[in-house]
Design a protein around this ligand. Structure first.
Ligand code: NAD
Length: 261
C-alpha cells in the first residue's frame, strides 16, 4: 500500500505511540506534521531522521493540545506547509491517577481538554478540507479505557469513552463521503506515559521496575506482553488503506486480550 502524496498530522508524535504511528505512515510515503513536547534539538533530529529514512517531508508544530486556537493553527499550518491534511491521528494524551473523590479539579480539566476536547477541535478543523477533497482518514487513539474502566482513572476513562462516542458520531456524519473515522483502543504499551505508572508501582510494591512492568502487564493483559507502537502503526496504516474504506465508527482493540475477558 502506498500513502505517497498524502499528508498526515499526528498529534503527540514526539514519543511513544504517536511516534510509532508517524513512522509507519512515513514508511508508506506520507508527508508528516509532527506535534508534541520535547527538547527542540531532539525534535529537529527526529524530523531530519524521518525525512532522510523515508524520503518524505516532515514538519513540526508545537501546538499545546489543551488550547483550541493552537490546534486550529496546527491544522492550518499543516495545510499550508504540506498542501493539505489527508490523515489526522488524534493521539496526544495525558494521564492522572487518583480516586474520584480526591481527583484535583484542575487535573480533571486538563485530562478532558487534551484527551477529549482536543479530538473534537482537531476534527472540526481538519474535516471540512477532507470532505471538500473527497478523501480523508481520522484515527482517534482511544484506549481499552474507552471500553472498560479501571479504578482511579475517572477523567481518563471518561475522556476515552467520550472519544469513542465522538468517533461514532463523526463516522455517521461522514458515512456517505470518502472520509472515515475510527478509533484504536490499545492495551498496555510501554511508553513514557506507562513507565511513570510502572515506576510508581515499583515504589509502592518495593520491587524492581522490570518486576513491576511484568506485574502491570500480567494483571490485565492475557498475552502478558506489551503491545508495541509499531503494531499500532501497522493498524493505523491499514485504516488509511482502500481496504478499510468501509470501516466507519469502529473501536478496534489491540490489547493482548484485555477486553476479551
Ligand atoms: P507518551 O507520553 O509517550 O506520548 C504522549 C505524547 O503526547 C508526547 O508526544 C507528548 O509530548 C504529547 N503531549 C502530551 N501533552 C500534550 C499537549 N498538551 N499538547 C501537545 N502534545 C502533548 O504517551 P503514549 O503512551 O504514547 O500515549 C499516546 C496516546 O495513546 C494517548 O492518547 C494515550 O492515552 C493513549 N494510550 C496509551 C496507552 C499505553 O499503554 N501507553 C494505552 C492506551 C492508550
Amino acid at each position: 500500500m502506498s500513502l505517497k502524496g498524502k499528508s498526515a498530522v499526528v498529534t503527540g508524535s514526539t514519543s511513544g505511540i504517536g511516534l510509532g504511528i508517524a513512522r509507519a505512515l512515513a514508511a508508506e510515503g506520507a508527508d508528516l506534521m509532527l506535534n508534541g513536547f520535547g527538547d527542540p534539538a531532539e525534535i529537529k533530529a527526529l524530523q531530519d531522521g524521518l525525512s532522510a529514512e523515508f524520503g518524505v517531508r516532515v514538519g513540526y508544530h508545537g501546538a499545546d493540545m489543551s488550547k483550541p486556537d493552537q490546534i486550529a493553527d496546527l491544522i492550518a499550518t499543516a495545510g499550508r506547509e504540506l498542501g493539505k491534511v489527508d490523515i489526522l491521528v488524534n493521539n496526544a494524551g495525558i494521564q492522572h491517577v487518583a480516586p474520584v473523590d480526591a481527583f484535583p479539579a484542575e487535573r480533571w480539566d486538563a485530562v478532558i481538554a487534551i484527551n477529549l476536547s482536543a479530538v473534537f477541535h482537531g476534527i472540526s478543523a481538519a474535516l471540512p478540507g477532507m470532505k471538500e477533497r473527497g478523501w480523508g482518514r481520522i484515527i482517534n487513539i482511544a484506549s481499552v479505557h474507552g471500553l472498560v474502566a479501571s479504578v482511579n482513572k475517572s477523567a481518563y476513562v471518561a475522556a476515552k469513552h467520550g472519544v469513542i462516542g465522538l468517533t461514532k458520531v463523526t463516522a455517521l456524519e461522514t458515512a456517505e463521503t470518502g472520509v472515515t473515522c475510527n478509533a484504536i483502543c490499545p492495551g498496555w504499551v510501554l511508553t513514557p506515559l506507562v513507565q511513570k505508572q510502572i515506576d510508581a508501582l515499583a515504589a509502592a510494591r518495593g520491587v524492581g521496575v522490570d518486576e513491576a512492568a511484568r506485574e502491570l502487564v500480567g494483571e490485565k493483559q492475557p498475552s502478558k506482553s506489551f503491545v508495541t507502537p509499531d503494531q499500532l502503526g501497522a493498524l493505523a496504516v491499514f485504516l488509511c488503506s482502500d481496504a478499510a474504506s468501509n470501516m466507519r465508527g469502529a473501536a478496534l482493540a489491540m490489547d493482548g486480550g484485555w477486553t476479551a475477558q
